[in-house]
Design a protein around this ligand. Sequence first.
Ligand SMILES: [Cu+2]
Length: 109
Amino acid sequence: MTPSVNGIKPGTVTFEVQNAGTQKHEMVLVRATSADQLPRKPDGSIDEDKIPTADKIGETGELDPQTTKKVTFTMGAGTYIMFCNIVTAPPSPVSHFHQGMHMQFTLNA
Ligand SMILES: [Cu+2]
C-alpha cells in the first residue's frame, strides 16, 4: 500500500483506491495507534468484529484486480491504519495483513 496522504487534513476525505495487483484486495480504514495493537484472528487477519465501532472508519469492499474505487469518509484528527484484510482461500490461506499489507498515517488538525 502506497497512500498519498501528505498534507491531508481532518474533515471529509476522499480516497481513490486502485488495485494495481493481479488478485482481489480491499482497503479497510480504522483509527488505531499501531497495527500491532489491532485484534488478530488465528489466521493472521484482523478481527474487525473486535474493533470498537467508533474506530471503524470505513472500507472499500473487495476490489477486483486493475479496478479503482472512490470512497469518502469523515475523519477527525488522529492516527489511522489502512489495511487489506483479505485472506486467500484454502488450501493455502494467506492473510494479506500478515504479509504486511497495512500502513499507518496521522491527520493533524
Ligand atoms: Cu490484499
